[in-house]
Every structure is written in structure tokens, then in C-alpha cells.
Design a protein around this ligand. Structure first.
Ligand SMILES: Cc1ncc(COP(=O)(O)O)c(C=O)c1O
Length: 423
């Protein structure tokens, strides 16, 4: 099929996300390898976005593809109530990768479902209903996760699911909590404690955070904030959910961004980099007391494709904490991509929690596309969010996101190291 026909039929018979179909700048894609993808006409693009900030190991890694083909000769589908070898081993592998006592996992098909089930687990475990989330956040496109989301993608989806209380971030857009990170952390946590008091601590099940805010600005937390937050939430028996759907699996140079803050959340959610998007898989990781609770009490949630054997088998192709190539790759790619964390404008962090430079290039000194409207509302994305930016030179990035994330393989043909070294 040629490019024109591909685009025409896709426009005519399929819907696109986060935009009006006719306004989308649709790129026809035939194949992808390493950091590149090609149109049917043979035009090559360098993928500055890892597609959806998710193809962490680069496209079509030969080891991963070989493993995926082999999976088709095995068990394809069984009831989620069964036990399979791939499920057993993936759970065990993730328990090895995750710090602390995060030892038990609920599998989903993506990030939003992972966050939905994280909130469900928090509510059932604590017997409380409210969830705190932050304005500068994205947590998914489902009914509940749209309300956890603070950014303007929420507006058209309101009122949505109840029980979410949104709070200001340590890095607000137009003002600052203090002159340095220590002051910002201190003042913000004082503010947060006051919100908790007003809401009633006994009504709040959990707070969900993107450990490093993704599409809302690439904002690592200020120094000491994660530790302070952990202590504050512990004081009131409120669970901490770290959404590591985008920032997890090596994007910050560690498997999980919360490791930089030297904390362990009660619940961690993951997707994207978990499979590098080769297959759709998400997971909710639970600390031991919460996991133990659901050994004795019903987990009121389920999915037809929970723990799908193909996805479990593919997930097993992920790196090991002990000697997979992820950390090496983080260092190597850091230089190759010339990733840098710009000192931002007022209220935007220069470095935050001592994060090493990662694969994320934050372009521009202010969150891209952030605008203040005449009515005073802050809108991060102009209409048409989701359009892609492509150049004649063959560079490609999603328009409207303040983030570029190259696949972690610096060249198309260098598959020698990388995460899949653990395959
Ligand atoms: C931080 C974060 N959480 C959740 C999601 C939702 O994941 P999914 O699109 O797989 O449902 C995303 C997707 O971009 C994300 O960046």
C-alpha cells in the first residue's frame, strides 16, 4: 500500500486520539528499526519521541523479535485464574527489579488500567475513598484516570469519576514556593499538610504522583520532596502511589525514578518501557502488607487479558536488575543524545532529586505550548494536541509535548548492549 492510500483509508475508517482527525498530521509508517522509522516511500525519520515515550530499547530489537516469535509456539491464552510459568517468572523477575518489599504484581494492558487498579487497591486496602493528585500530571485516558489527570485533557471529560482532590505542584507555573529547593520542598509540604487537614486525613486513601512529571514539563521533584512526602503521608496513613508509566524502566538512569529519592512507594504503576511497547502490558506493584491484604480479602477487579501468557512471556524479556544492560545504556545514551536538563524559568527545576542526566531532552525553557488564556485559565496544549512535527530533514516528534525521548539505542544497527541484553 502506498503512503497516500494508507493515510486516506486510516483517516476514513479509523479514529485518532487526542485530536480532530482532519487536523492530524498523519505520518504513514511501514517499518522501524533502532532509532529510525520509514514511510512506504522510503523516507527515513529519526524517532525523537520513542513513539509515545515508550519504545525504550529502540525499534525491532532482533533479540526481542526472535523471542516474540518463539512465544507463538507456546501457550497463547488462558483464564486469568490459572497459573502459568511465564506469569510466575515475570512476577518473580519484577519482584527482583523493584526495591523494598514491592513483591506482588497485578497485570493490566497499559498505564491507565494500572492506575485504575492502583487506586482500587488503595481504596479497598484503606477503606477510604479520596485520592490526591497534582495539577501538572497525566495519568491516563479512562474515566477515573482522566480525573486523576490535572492537565487540560481532563476538561472535556469532566465531571467524570468522583473522589479526586487535585493539589498544586512543588513547581507551579507562574510562581514559586521558595527561592531554593529546600524552601520549595518545605513550603510545599506545609501547604500539602494543610490540604490534608481540610480534606480529613481519615477520608484520603492515597496520593498519586508521576515521580518525574512527564508530558506536563519533565519535572523531577525538588530536593528532599519525595522523602518529605513519604513521611507526611505515613503520618496520616495515606498511601503513596508512584506512577512510573513514563519515567520508569530506565528513563532516569535507574529502573524507577523514585529510587533517586531513596523512598519506596506503597504502590508503583508501570507500562510503556516495561515491554518497550512491543506488546501492550502494564503492571501494579504492591508492597507486602497490601499484597497480603488481598490474599485474605477480595480484590474487586479483573480483566479478560490479565496475565495473558503472551504478554507475560514477552515481559520476561525485560532487563534484570543484576547486570541487565539498562544502567550501562543510560550512561552511554546520555552522551550520545546530548540530553540536558535546562535550568527552567521561574518555578521550573534545574535538577531536582539529584537525577543523572537522562534520555529526555527538554526542548525550550518553558513547558512547550503552555499558554495563559484571556480568562486566566492555563492551558498547556493548544487545540490540535497530538499532532506530530516532522521536518524535511527526517526528524519526528510529537507536537505539544515538552519532551523528546530518543529510543535508548543510539544507532539503528547497534543492538549489542541495551536493555534486551537481559533477554
Ligand atoms: C505518566 C503516565 N501515566 C499513565 C499513562 C497512561 O498510559 P496508557 O496510555 O498506557 O494507558 C501515561 C501515558 O502516556 C503516562 O505518561
Amino acid at each position: 500500500m502506498n503512503s497516500d492510500e494508507m493515510v486516506r483509508l486510516c483517516r476514513e475508517h479509523t479514529m485518532y486520539t487526542w485530536g480532530a482527525g482532519d487536523a492530524m498530521d498523519v505520518v504513514p509508517v511501514e517499518r522501524a528499526e533502532g532509532v529510525y522509522f520509514w514511510t512506504p516511500d522510503g523516507k527515513r525519520f529519526i524517532d525523537f519521541n520513542s513513539q509515545l515515550m515508550s519504545v525504550n530499547i529502540g525499534h525491532s530489537h532482533p533479540k526481542v523479535i526472535a523471542k516474540m516469535k518463539a512465544l507463538l509456539d507456546g501457550l497463547i491464552f488462558v483464564h486469568p485464574g490459572t497459573a502459568t510459568e511465564s506469569r510466575a517468572l515475570l512476577g518473580q523477575r519484577l519482584a527482583q527489579i523493584c526495591p523494598g518489599d514491592i513483591n506482588s504484581f497485578f497485570f493490566t494492558l497499559g498505564g491507565a488500567e494500572a492506575n485504575e487498579n492502583a487506586v482500587r487497591a488503595a481504596r479497598l486496602f484503606t477503606g477510604r475513598q479520596k485520592i490526591l493528585s497534582r495539577y501538572r500530571s497525566y495519568h491516563g485516558g479512562t474515566h477515573l484516570t482522566m480525573q486523576l489527570t490535572g492537565d487540560p485533557r481532563r476538561w472535556a471529560n469532566e465531571p467524570g469519576a468522583p473522589g479526586v482532590v487535585r493539589v498544586m505542584d512543588p513547581w507551579p507555573l507562574t510562581y514559586s514556593w521558595g527561592d531554593d529547593e529546600e524552601a520549595i520542598t518545605r513550603q510545599h509540604l506545609i501547604y500539602l499538610e494543610e490540604v490534608i487537614q481540610y480534606e480529613g486525613p481519615h477520608t484520603i486513601a492515597a496520593m498519586i504522583i508521576e515521580t518525574v512529571v512527564g508530558t506536563n514539563g519533565i519535572l523531577p521533584p525538588p530536593q528532599g520532596w519525595l522523602k518529605g512526602l513519604r513521611a507526611l503521608l505515613d503520618k496520616y496513613g495515606i498511601l503513596l502511589i508512584c506512577d512510573e508509566v513514563m519515567c520508569g524502566f530506565g528513563r532516569t538512569g535507574r529502573w524507577f525514578a523514585f529510587e533517586h529519592g531513596d523512598i519506596v512507594p506503597d504502590i508503583v504503576t508501570m507500562a510503556k518501557g516495561l515491554t518497550s511497547s512491543y506488546l501492550p502490558l502494564g503492571a501494579v506493584g504492591l508492597r507486602q502488607p497490601i499484597a497480603d491484604h488481598f490474599r485474605k480479602n477480595v480484590f474487586w477487579g479483573g480483566l479478560t487479558y490479565n496475565s495473558h501468557p503472551l504478554l507475560m512471556g514477552h515481559g520476561l524479556g525485560r532487563p534484570r536488575r543484576d547486570g541487565g544492560g539498562g544502567h550501562r545504556r543510560a550512561r552511554r545514551t546520555d552522551g550520545a543524545c546530548d540530553a540536558r536538563r535546562d535550568a527552567g524559568p521561574q518555578g521550573s527545576p534545574p535538577h531536582g532529586e539529584d537525577l543523572p542526566r537522562d534520555w529526555t531532552v527538554r526542548h525550550g525553557r518553558s513547558p512547550e505550548g503552555q499558554q495563559r488564556h484571556a480568562d486566566g485559565a492555563v492551558q498547556r496544549q493548544p487545540p490540535g494536541h497530538g499532532r506530530v512535527r516532522q521536518t524535511d530533514q527526517g526528524a519526528w516528534a510529537v507536537h505539544g509535548h515538552p519532551v523528546w525521548q530518543l529510543p535508548c539505542e543510539p544507532t539503528a544497527h547497534d543492538h549489542s548492549g541495551g536493555a534486551a541484553g537481559g533477554v
